[in-house]
Design a protein around this ligand. Structure first.
Ligand SMILES: Nc1ncnc2c1ncn2[C@@H]1O[C@H](COP(=O)(O)OP(=O)(O)OP(=O)(O)O)[C@@H](O)[C@H]1O
Ligand SMILES: [Mg+2]
Length: 251
């Protein structure tokens, strides 16, 4: 059995991929799942900033064979490690087939050490975003009720489908008022996918717009740990349960 790799992507930037993937990882680890969060935003990395990690070597160093994989993992706790990336290295954004192959091998290697690997990708439909999704068993598309976020989520789904023939996508509606609003936007995008792509994405869940997300960001600690009772943490807990179920079905 290969590793359970889950990508968090979005068409539009700033919808909450990093905030949510950091906190999903933190909740998984808390529940005893050995979890790795890969900072796949190769141009504008920031997982390390959200977690206040002291980063010495990064994914880029590993890919360039300047560092050992094991030396590059930054451990948040016994069950939670981060593979950080470097910010502001433009040529890393346009990875060629060699780096893709290497990244696939790295993930295989890491799969023997971790139960779950999450990848926080960059926004958009760049080559790196597409191959991180290709390397993942589960593609999560994060979107908000913002109309441009919905159009861009559709564009991302379409491009990954065209490029890699993937038809299974899991939509995560973020910054919504409630589940009802999330389902409304989910149905809207699903209709478009059915009409133009002939498949339906699945509903992974929703996260309410909640000030604890921003507070967590400012305190540089996962909001799920700082504010376990918050609505955002409760919503995310449901998502973590579904992700575990999905990954069990992959096994
Ligand atoms: N559920 C939420 N409620 C309130 N604010 C949120 C929520 N989710 C995300 N945010 C806020 O949205 C902003 C963007 O979040 P984040 O950096 O995680 O997005 P991103 O998709 O990773 O962005 P990028 O595309 O630049 O990588 C942050 O200020 C974050 O606090
Ligand atoms: Mg981000």
């Amino acid at each position: 059995m290969g590793p359970n790799v889950i990508a968090f992507s979005s068409g539009k930037g700033g919808v909450g991929k990093t905030s949510l993937s950091v906190n999903v990882a933190s909740l998984l680890a808390q529940a005893g799942t050995k979890t790795l969060l890969v900072d796949g935003d190769l141009g504008l990395a920031n997982v390390d900033i959200l977690l206040n990690l002291n980063v010495e070597t990064t994914l880029q160093d590993v890919l360039e064979q300047k560092a050992e994989l094991s030396d590059s993992l930054a451990w948040v706790n016994n069950n939670f490690a981060v593979l950080p990336a470097t910010s502001g290295v433009p040529d890393m954004v346009n990875q060629g087939p060699d780096a893709q192959k290497q990244m696939g091998e790295l993930l295989d290697q890491l799969g023997s050490e971790f139960d779950m690997i999450l990848i926080d990708t960059a926004a958009g439909i760049g080559a790196d975003v597409l191959w991180f999704n290709h390397l993942s068993q589960i593609s999560t598309v994060v979107l908000t009720p913002d109309p441009t976020s919905i159009t861009d989520a559709y564009a991302l789904i379409k491009v990954i489908w065209q490029e890699y023939d993937r038809q299974e996508f899991h939509l995560l509606l973020n910054q919504v008022q409630d589940e009802e609003e999330a389902e409304k936007f989910y149905s809207g995008l699903t209709k478009v996918c059915e009409n133009y792509l002939q498949f339906r994405p699945q509903f992974l869940g929703h996260v309410t717009k909640d000030s604890s997300v921003q507070k967590g960001l400012r305190s540089k600690k996962p909001f799920a740990q700082e504010f376990p009772q918050s609505q955002a943490t409760q919503d995310l807990t449901q998502i973590v349960i579904r992700l575990k179920e999905l990954s069990m079905n992959q096994a």
